[in-house]
Write a protein that binds this ligand. Structure first.
Ligand SMILES: Cc1cc2nc3c(=O)[nH]c(=O)nc-3n(C[C@H](O)[C@H](O)[C@H](O)COP(=O)(O)OP(=O)(O)OC[C@H]3O[C@@H](n4cnc5c(N)ncnc54)[C@H](O)[C@@H]3O)c2cc1C
Length: 390
């Protein structure tokens, strides 16, 4: 077991750190206030070759792995972007890139991977529906066979990045639930144009992660071409799961970076801030211990995430590690950033110190993309052999 990063991995993380520093906190504060997609930032990420790090070399990627992607996301998040950076990587190199690289047709790979890697196009992923969140197998969006392709009808909710995307990975039923043996069968993935007749969207007002809008999506007789199927017809659920667990890896990396950033802001403040006399508040043990506790948990999440990533990169099962890392990271980042705000008193609540954005954004990841309860359900059944409780 080798815990040391290679020189190449250190260099990649350093490159990401420099891109992150070039933009910094004020850039993210402005875009957050304006609810604007971080176009210049994403262009710089792609320009530096960071979007394609885990995608195949023949399409312009670096052919490296998820471990390198995790290092990049951590560094960009800690550089100012915060935990929402995980989502940017989720929608583009993961749901766009990894899904196509693993399951797409040769035509999709040739046409789309270079554009995703260069940042020419953005992607998004549409699984959740108003009545199907944690219970994703309840989705009702249906693709009915039509000519050489399908016709899509249904509704999705919370689809992040849709307004800035050209392509949407849609998960739909292709065989009625009554006609399959298991509910995991009869689902398929399609890659459709966001701007297509019958597909409409509207953004949802939300607490945070404001640089990536999240949308309601409506499909009304949307035509899908025969060659827009990603992976196998009716077998899409198993293929999607393989990709979904990589989204946990970038989520954890984003949270680890965000916690690092928030702790730095609050600790720098606490070293200067004096209340009741001459001692800076950083000297108070009651302020130090929660940081130390959160640091310990974040370090464990980071390590577990690297393990998940390197298992994925070796083609080995990594679901438990990816879920455990995400569970601990989301709880430790939430409580750690909450403590950072407490440490700064009123200034933690002011927009100018940036902490409130990190606090708002990190909160999301306790229930998305998978909730902590559903991870505990997974661990109870998969790792402890306990009966299903729901
Ligand atoms: C800002 C944002 C961005 C998102 N982006 C995307 C996206 O891009 N694409 C996409 O497809 N989806 C997206 N989602 C959806 C996200 O994945 C879901 O919100 C998440 O899976 C939870 O589903 P839900 O909101 O329907 O909650 P519910 O499933 O209604 O759950 C509500 C609560 O009940 C608990 N619960 C449910 N079942 C159990 C059980 N069996 N045992 C114990 N507790 C349980 C949950 O843990 C949760 O706390 C996004 C959501 C948000 C808020």
């Amino acid at each position: 077991m080798d815990f040391l990063l290679t020189d190449e991995q250190k260099m990649i993380a350093e490159t990401a750190r420099k891109v992150g520093d070039r933009f910094g906190l004020d850039y993210w504060r402005k875009l957050d206030a304006e609810n604007t997609f971080p176009r210049e930032f994403w262009a710089a990420v792609c320009e530096a070759g960071l979007c394609g790090v885990a995608l195949p070399e023949e399409y312009g990627g670096a052919g490296l792995g998820m471990l390198e992607m995790a290092l990049i996301v951590e560094a960009l998040s800690a550089g100012g972007g915060g935990s929402t950076i995980g989502q940017l990587f989720m929608i583009n190199p993961i749901f766009g890139g990894v899904s196509i690289a693993k399951f797409g047709t040769p035509k999709m790979k040739k046409e789309l991977l270079p554009k995703i890697i260069s940042g020419e196009i953005n992607c998004c992923m549409a699984l959740t529906e108003p009545d199907a969140g944690s219970n994703s197998l309840e989705i009702k969006t249906f693709a009915t066979g039509h000519g050489n392709g399908w016709r899509l009808n249904g509704r999705k909710i919370w689809i992040t990045g849709a307004e800035a995307a050209q392509k949407m990975l849609v998960i739909a039923r292709t065989t009625k639930v009554q006609e399959v043996k298991r509910r995991t069968e009869g689902l398929s993935m399609f890659l459709v144009d966001v701007e297509r007749k019958g597909l409409t969207y509207s953004s949802i007002e939300k607490l945070g992660t404001n640089t990536l809008s999240s949308c309601n999506i409506f499909f009304e007789d949307v035509d899908v071409d025969g060659d827009e199927l990603v992976g196998s017809l009716d077998g899409g659920w198993y293929e999607l799961l393989d990709v979904l667990n990589t989204e946990r890896i970038v989520t954890t990396a984003g949270l680890v970076g965000a916690a690092e950033l928030a702790f730095r802001i609050a600790i720098d403040y606490a070293k200067e801030r004096r209340v009741f006399g001459n001692r800076p508040i950083a000297e108070y043990q009651s302020l130090q211990f929660p940081f130390a506790q959160a640091f310990a948990e974040i370090e464990c999440a980071r390590l577990m995430n690297y393990k998940a990533a390197s298992l994925f990169d070796r083609g080995l099962p990594y679901g438990t590690e990816a879920n455990v890392g995400k569970l601990i990271a989301s709880q430790a980042a939430s409580s750690g950033i909450e403590h950072a705000m407490q440490t700064m008193g009123g200034m933690g609540y002011a927009k100018e110190t940036h902490l409130e954005r990190l606090w708002r954004d990190a909160r999301l990841f306790r229930f998305a993309p998978i909730s902590e309860q559903m991870i505990l359900n997974f661990i109870a059944m998969q790792n402890l052999g306990l009966p299903r409780s729901y």
